[in-house]
Write a new protein. Structure first.
Length: 583
């Protein structure tokens, strides 16, 4: 069959949507936000051949906030080992100016966050150090806090943080103890040489006083379960029970969405009673909105998706079984999945037997190995005392808040399941006053036998205000984000419009303008955490605001006001309220 692209023409009945009638428009060149992420080559499989995918290619993150005190939001995009990150400063004309960041180049930037660490009125920069190319405990796994002089000049504050040498992922902030300053939660991602046993995660209390900036590790005192909750990719501070205290939701691999209830500064793991404890997955990201408009916050979460050979279910999960099977002093993690009702290792014969040589005498031929189930290879005694976790649900989904600390899972449409979802944003993008979802995601980190996940090109899911979502084809929405997409943030512009920023591993950032402007935009105060919008007809809408959400991402802290809103009542972390009239 010979196909000629040059002589092809669109179908006669195909409707061509003019660019100015779409919802999004690519503007990377016009914005002058030009940054190409570069990754130093490192192969995780050379260190740990049995991991299901690499963890050294998971950045970069994006942080959005005003760094030079001019009232306009700027952005920082993370760098990698040997390559610095970059600031881009928003100008009054709507274009951006690059501002090289004088950071140390030997770190792998993961999550980044712009927030006021010491209460002096300007945004400081926190950067999580990650990647998996260093031995455990290496000094270049130390996170960094850079203090801002108010004019966009940053200085590393070496003594502000505890010595936490862990390969991390995300950072999020909230005033969880309601003492007037922002505290931090840092997600531990992986210890490659001890996979899949979780590394440390950190709850850091802000103990800064005046110019002296200090964050104290108080994880053990607020919750032992928060020390090693899993292989975390994302965290979200949110008041899911509306009691005025910031709770915490965690997303990661081989675990369910994990809920920690804030009991006046102490955290209780209530996951087992939420109704979601059996939905273990490879969760990547978290976003939040009142999707069904019932007055409480619901949660959208990115997962592995269905376009994979590992079809999982509650009855036939994918599992990870880790033990020192060959007794050489290191863990051997064995991944399994079901084929026609039987569980098999995911690895070909040469790979598994090279890691556990004692099996060579039992499986001398490829045919013998191909017929062997996991139970044929390993006895019950072999896996006694092994570290075992599973994945029973791989669909990206949203969790409906039912009240009383319980939730119900709803899968997103099939079009959202064609690739892993990392970037995720919630908001009204098609100007119908109903919450939508914007998602991106692929992964080029799989092994050669699985192949890379690259079917995703970005997707707008139009919400109906009742919890239902319908996919909007890219030719109609104008949203297109291919490649190894990771972080995604929304940046408010001076004219009231917004930009969607999509970071890509080992590739250039994508900048996409949202063409529909909100009726009005109100910039938040540093301590604003939620708002109640009142419409002319008396109906109300509840919203929350975040320091970090999605995957390795932070968006502008603004409240977009739709038509018909007459007033907005903002609430602070301390429970103080202020009312703003929008007429």
């Amino acid at each position: 069959m010979t196909i000629s692209h040059a002589s092809a023409s669109p179908p006669k009945n195909r409707k061509i949507i003019p660019e100015n009638n779409k919802i999004f428009l690519p503007v990377t060149d016009k914005s002058n936000i030009k940054f190409k992420h570069e990754e130093r080559q490192f192969i995780d499989f050379d260190i740990q051949p049995l991991v299901p995918h690499q963890y050294s290619h998971e950045g970069p993150g994006i942080a959005v906030g005003d760094i030079n005190s001019d009232g306009l939001d700027d952005l920082y995009i993370g760098g990698s080992t040997s390559f610095s990150g970059m600031f881009f400063i928003q100008g009054t004309s709507g274009s951006f100016s690059p501002n090289p960041f004088p950071g140390i180049k030997n770190y792998e930037d993961m999550g980044t966050l712009l927030f006021d660490a010491e209460g002096d009125g300007d945004n400081d920069l926190y950067i999580v150090s990650g990647g998996s190319g260093l031995p455990p405990g290496n000094a270049f796994y130390t996170d960094r806090l850079y203090l801002n002089d108010g004019k966009g000049q940053f200085t590393l504050e070496k003594d502000a943080l505890p010595d936490e040498r862990v390969c991390g992922s995300s950072v999020t902030a909230a005033d969880f103890d309601r003492d007037g300053d922002l505290d931090l939660f840092i997600c531990g991602r992986i210890n490659l040489e001890n996979y899949p046993v979780p590394p440390r995660s950190f709850m850091l209390r802000n103990d800064s006083k005046g110019p002296v900036v200090r964050f104290t590790d108080i994880t053990a005192s607020v919750s032992r379960d928060l020390e090693k909750p899993g292989l975390l990719a994302s965290a979200l501070w949110t008041d899911f029970n509306k009691d005025g205290w910031a709770d915490l939701i965690l997303a990661g691999e081989w675990m369910p969405l994990t809920f920690f209830k804030n009991e006046k500064g102490k955290f209780i793991n209530i996951t087992s009673t939420t109704g979601l404890d059996k939905y273990t997955g490879w969760w990547n990201s978290l976003s939040a909105y009142d999707f069904d408009r019932d007055g409480d916050i619901d949660y959208a979460a990115g997962n592995l998706g269905l376009n994979t050979q590992y079809n999982v279910s509650q009855e036939e999960p994918m599992r990870i079984i880790a033990k020192d099977f060959d007794r050489n002093g290191s863990l051997d993690p064995i991944c399994t999945y079901y084929v026609q009702g039987k569980s098999y290792p995911i690895y070909h014969r040469n790979l598994l037997l090279s890691q556990i040589p004692s099996l060579k005498n039992r499986f001398k031929t490829y045919a013998d190995y191909a017929r062997a189930t996991f139970d044929d290879i390993f006895s019950a005694a072999d896996i006694r005392d092994a570290y075992i976790r599973d994945c029973r649900f791989s669909e990206s989904a949203w969790a409906e808040n039912l009240g009383n600390d319980t939730f119900k899972i709803h899968s997103l449409p099939p079009e959202a399941q064609i690739s892993p979802v990392f970037g995720i944003l919630s908001g009204d993008y098609n100007a119908d006053d109903k919450p939508d979802l914007l998602i991106t995601g692929n992964s080029y980190s799989s092994n050669v036998y699985t192949g890379q996940y690259d079917a995703g090109i970005g997707l707008l899911l139009s919400g109906d205000g009742k919890g239902g979502f319908s996919p909007v084809p890219g030719r109609m929405s104008g949203f297109f984000a291919d490649g190894d997409t990771k972080g995604m943030s929304e940046l408010a512009m001076k004219d009231g419009s917004s930009l969607v920023l999509v970071s890509r591993n080992s590739d250039s950032i994508k900048v996409i303008r949202q063409l529909n402007k909100p009726h009005k935009t109100i910039r938040l105060k540093d301590n604003d955490v939620s708002a109640e919008l009142t419409f002319k007809d008396g109906t109300k809408e509840y919203r929350e605001f975040y320091y970090g959400s999605g995957y390795l991402s932070q968006s502008s802290r603004v409240c977009n006001i739709p038509h018909g809103v007459v007033s907005v009542t903002f609430t602070s972390y301390k429970g103080e309220s202020r009312k703003v009239l929008t007429k």
